[in-house]
Design a protein around this ligand. Structure first.
Ligand SMILES: C[S@@+](CC[C@H](N)C(=O)[O-])C[C@H]1O[C@@H](n2cnc3c(N)ncnc32)[C@H](O)[C@@H]1O
Length: 264
């Protein structure tokens, strides 16, 4: 599966994804993943930032609200159209454009930092995506990205519950399978049943890499890991929000911040 096939899948997802994410059904993102990502972000006020795989722009807007001058790209035109419409209604100075994270339409050393919220594992050539992010960063700049956790969310993952419904473990498999473009179909689990029933499921091409493959790609891109995080809910939140409780047992997401050498 090449970039054009991936783009076609995301373009087909974009309308429902935008509507449902904006209705609050992307609960992992809004209640756990993005707050943890932002809590781990260095101060970005006054910096030039690039958000890679921005979707409808929710996270890009948070970066702009934190004081960064933001540019954002996504491969799906419908996501970019929705993001631009929101920018026109409530301007934050964000420049959105269509673009492929594996062939970024920017000159070398254009940005102080880059982010990629849950987009890099959706790209067929993550090695190129990391190299491209490194290319457009200024010396000393950083890239912070989140991905499905390679170890605890490989292509096979099942949440194990006891008879009372309490989560006791996560079963994982296919960790070493070289999955390239296998399509996973799902809807946002937090959407009400009738809403889920009213739409076609998302079709998400999956490009799974092991943890050591991710580290090898980061090293090959000339980047240095400086921070990693595995967001989870605490025990009280797990009780109050059962939908997120699996992350109290084992992480669903992995956050990595890497830096380009100041001497580069
Ligand atoms: C899981 S969504 C995350 C969207 C957004 N970052 C968020 O957190 O709400 C993955 C996004 O990556 C985009 N994407 C996938 N492959 C891409 C590529 N090669 N270049 C740029 N964007 C890509 C998709 O169109 C989609 O918007």
């Amino acid at each position: 599966m090449d970039s054009a096939d991936v783009a076609a899948c995301w373009e087909a997802n974009a309308e429902t994804w935008t509507r449902h994410a904006r209705a609050g059904y992307d609960l992992y993102r809004d209640a756990l993943n993005t707050p943890a990502f932002l809590a781990n972000l260095p101060d970005i006020a006054g910096l030039d930032g690039l958000d890679i795989g921005c979707g409808e722009g929710s996270n890009t807007r948070k970066l702009a609200e934190a004081g960064a001058r933001m540019t954002a790209v996504d491969i799906a035109p419908t996501f970019i159209r929705h993001a631009q419409e929101t920018e026109m209604q409530a301007p934050l100075g964000i420049a959105y454009r269509e673009g492929d994270g594996t062939a970024l339409p920017f000159a070398d050393a254009s940005f102080d930092f880059a982010t990629a919220f849950m987009s890099m594992m959706d790209m067929p050539r993550q090695d190129k995506a990391l190299a491209e992010a490194a290319r457009v960063l200024r010396p000393g700049g950083f890239l912070q990205f989140s991905i499905l956790h390679p170890c605890f969310a490989p292509p096979y993952r099942k949440v194990l519950r006891d008879e009372a419904g309490t989560i006791r473990g996560i079963e994982v498999g296919r960790y070493f399978d070289g999955v390239d473009g296998e399509i996973e179909t799902w809807r946002f689990g937090a959407a009400p049943a009738e809403v889920k029933a009213s739409v076609e499921p998302f079709r998400v091409p999956r490009f799974h890499r092991t943890l050591s493959e991710w580290v090898a790609m980061i090293v090959s891109a000339g980047l240095t890991i400086e921070h990693m995080a595995e967001p989870r809910v605490d025990a009280e939140t797990a009780q109050a929000q059962p939908y997120l409780a699996d992350t109290h047992i084992a992480p669903l997401f992995l956050h990595i911040r890497v830096r380009k050498s100041a001497a580069a």
